[in-house]
Design a protein. Structure first.
Length: 186
């Protein structure tokens, strides 16, 4: 069974404060391109922790791809119980809609947030369960994905583990590519 995990920035780390921000469209296009490649290579499950931003956008893209590739599944393993407890109501509804469509949902720690070790435990579990990591991460801009990124790089030195990276340069290229498609050349 081929399982991949995805990681990336939270919306605010990218300067995105609305779900309909045009940047989200281009990020989803980049994710779609890579997820299609992974599906062609046999990915059966996508594993996320339900973090807002790249992870949830990847889930949305996967739900769209399920129309063409119905066998692919989404697992949401949160690092702790009630992850969304302090989020805005609108954000909670968005998150709960993703959980409702997921094929598997559970919390690694059955307790609410207690310490950063819950995130470390989640990262370790994801690395053991997945064949690889798809990350929207740029070394020039550290942020929340850096912890999993660094752990994955260290894990890769001792285990067969693939890492695929989407950088800001890649996102800029996809943005330009998509904008060219929209240009009317007549």
């Amino acid at each position: 069974m081929s399982v991949w995990t995805v990681a990336g920035y939270k919306p605010y780390e990218l300067g995105i404060f609305k779900q309909n921000d045009p940047a989200v469209f281009f990020i989803k296009k980049a994710l779609e391109k890579e997820l299609l490649r992974l599906l062609d290579e046999g990915m059966e499950w996508l594993l996320i922790s339900g973090q807002l931003g790249v992870e949830c956008w990847a889930a949305e893209v996967l739900f769209q791809l399920k129309e063409e590739v119905p066998h692919v599944k989404l697992a949401v393993l949160t690092p702790f119980a009630q992850q969304q407890e302090n989020w805005k109501e609108e954000t909670q509804h968005y998150y709960e809609a993703i959980l409702a469509k997921a094929d598997f949902v559970d919390s690694i720690s059955k307790e609410p947030y207690k310490s950063p070790s819950q995130f470390r435990n989640k990262n370790q579990l994801f690395l053991r369960k997945a064949a690889g990591l798809l990350a929207i991460y740029d070394d020039e801009k550290p942020g929340s994905p850096q912890y999993l990124w660094d752990m994955a790089r260290a894990f890769q030195e001792k285990h067969p583990f693939e890492i695929r990276q989407i950088t800001f340069y890649d996102l800029q290229f996809i943005t330009e590519e998509e904008q060219l498609k929209e240009t009317d050349w007549d």
